[in-house]
Design a protein around this ligand. Structure first.
Ligand SMILES: Cc1cc2nc3c(=O)[nH]c(=O)nc-3n(C[C@H](O)[C@H](O)[C@H](O)COP(=O)(O)OP(=O)(O)OC[C@H]3O[C@@H](n4cnc5c(N)ncnc54)[C@H](O)[C@@H]3O)c2cc1C
Length: 440
């Protein structure tokens, strides 16, 4: 059988290695720890959970639960092990992280055809089938190599991301679509504020608790400054920055268009091709999640906004997947090279495991010259892959599983107002598609 290289024995890499070992391939699994550490990992074990020990909900009526269910149906080993190592946590799947990594290690060691090599991988050999799954803390040397191999200037390093909300949870009695000075299409959703509303927002912001920063996270770019840092420079800094009100008018209000209507405006930009998700422009933040919620809900129009991604700040690396990858997670330039895990721009443990599995399935199919797996965006895994490889993002940013990226249902709009009805339908449709794929 052919030899396959898998780089990084993290969540995605371990899942991929086990899947392909089961198929009989010779696997070189290359991991740099413990010789070189990432700054976040603490052990020498594979599939280490670096922060929380939760894989999120197991309810298949939740986006994260559906993703896990799909991956389990497709043959995931790591989710199976997670259930085995589960600790009580209500409706979510949380694990004993040390026990879990030990289990993964035992399985890897039990396969004679997995050769675990403890070294830092620096040069990509495009003649060998390879899955690169080195995660958000990929070593600098490999980052440089990826950048050179793919001639990709947009190989991102980012420090902070802004929250994303669901459009259908925005109150359009207050919010409205417009572009600044009416230029081009009215692409932005605008949430206007009076002086009193801005002062209330500012007070909440300035008194909010920030998440602690580790050493490796401490530097951020000026152009990507967290909103709380900007606010600490002066009460009006935001009104001259991301919240500037000039040129934004609500046409429902009769006014002299030369005058400003509002004291400050929060703008939201479309984030997905189906226009279900909108990110808060310039609102990258490192506030703890509870405080972010309070802050966002203090914005007129976002009182009940459903936040599908909170702002986070940590050292993170992700490739420009829309340019580099096709919808099989294979690079467009070198057919032998696939990427998986957080490095592709998915975010989260479950997402990393699932894309590790997806890349492994496709590597197997590719080497056997069979049709590669092609899931539609009616499935959560298909929607994630579709999102990260969609070529027309204005600015590609990482994404986790959420309902906003999944295909619309063709059903009675009145019935779809019922969330349980809607999610049951979406979930059943996704599981049916996966089962059909497996049967075929
Ligand atoms: C600080 C931090 C906290 C996070 N907290 C959470 C959280 O609470 N919940 C959540 O869902 N997600 C969280 N994430 C995001 C993400 O889910 C995890 O990072 C997840 O582990 C990603 O899985 P992965 O397989 O892509 O990468 P990893 O699990 O990081 O695996 C990558 C592996 O590649 C190795 N490696 C790197 N470079 C090389 C090289 N050149 N040669 C050989 N090996 C190499 C690394 O040592 C590592 O073992 C967090 C991320 C970070 C950075």
């Amino acid at each position: 059988m052919e030899k396959i290289r898998i780089i990084g024995a993290g969540l995605a890499g371990s899942e991929a290695a086990i899947y392909l070992a089961k198929k009989g391939y010779e696997i070189d699994l290359i991991e740099m720890r413990p010789k070189y550490q990432t700054g976040a990992h603490k052990t020498a074990l594979p599939a280490e959970f670096v922060c929380s020990n939760s894989l999120g909900s197991i309810d298949i009526l939740s986006a994260s639960g559906l993703l896990k269910k799909e991956a389990e149906l497709l043959g995931s080993t790591l989710f199976k092990l997670a259930h085995k190592c589960a600790v009580p946590s209500g409706n979510s799947l949380s694990i004993d992280r040390f026990g879990f990594s030990k289990e993964v290690q035992n399985i890897i060691e039990s396969y004679k055809n997995i050769n675990l090599i403890k070294e830092k991988y620096e040069k990509i050999d495009t003649t060998i089938p390879t899955i690169i799954a080195t995660g958000p803390l990929t070593s600098n040397e490999l980052c440089k190599e990826i950048k050179e191999k793919f001639a990709e200037e947009d190989f991102h390093f980012f420090d902070a991301v802004a929250p994303i909300v669901e459009k259908n949870s925005i109150n359009f009695e207050k919010a409205f679509f417009a572009s600044r000075w009416d230029k081009g299409e009215a692409d932005f959703i605008n949430c206007p504020m009076s002086k009193e509303e801005y002062e209330n927002f500012y007070d909440i912001l300035i008194n909010s608790k920030r998440a602690p920063l580790k050493n490796f996270e401490a530097n951020y770019f000026e152009g990507c400054m967290p909103i709380e840092v900007m606010a600490s420079r002066g009460k009006d800094t935001l009104r001259f920055g991301p919240m500037k009100p000039v040129g934004i008018f609500d046409k429902r209000i009769k006014t002299d268009f030369k005058k400003h209507q509002f004291y400050a405006v929060v703008q939201l930009r479309q984030d997905d091709k189906m226009a279900n998700l909108y990110n808060l422009v310039g609102f990258q933040t490192n506030l703890v999640w509870g405080e972010q919620k309070k802050l966002i809900h203090s914005i007129p129009g976002l009182e009940n906004a459903n936040i599908v991604r909170y702002g986070v700040m940590h050292a993170n690396t992700f490739i420009n997947s829309p340019k580099i990858l096709n919808k099989r997670l294979q690079t467009k330039k070198y057919k032998n090279i696939f990427f998986a895990g957080q490095l592709t721009g998915v975010e989260g443990y479950s997402e990393s495991i699932s894309t590790g599995l997806f890349a492994a399935i496709n590597m197997d199919k590719y080497l056997k010259k069979e049709n590669m797996i092609n899931l539609s965006n009616n499935t959560m895994l298909g929607a994630l892959v579709d999102y990260i490889t969609y070529e027309n993002h204005k600015k590609f940013q990482p994404i986790n599983s959420n309902w906003g990226i999944i295909g619309e249902l063709d059903d009675d709009p009145k019935k779809l107002k019922d969330k349980i009805y809607k999610n049951t339908k979406r979930s059943n449709r996704a599981i049916e598609e996966i089962k059909k794929y497996i049967e075929e």
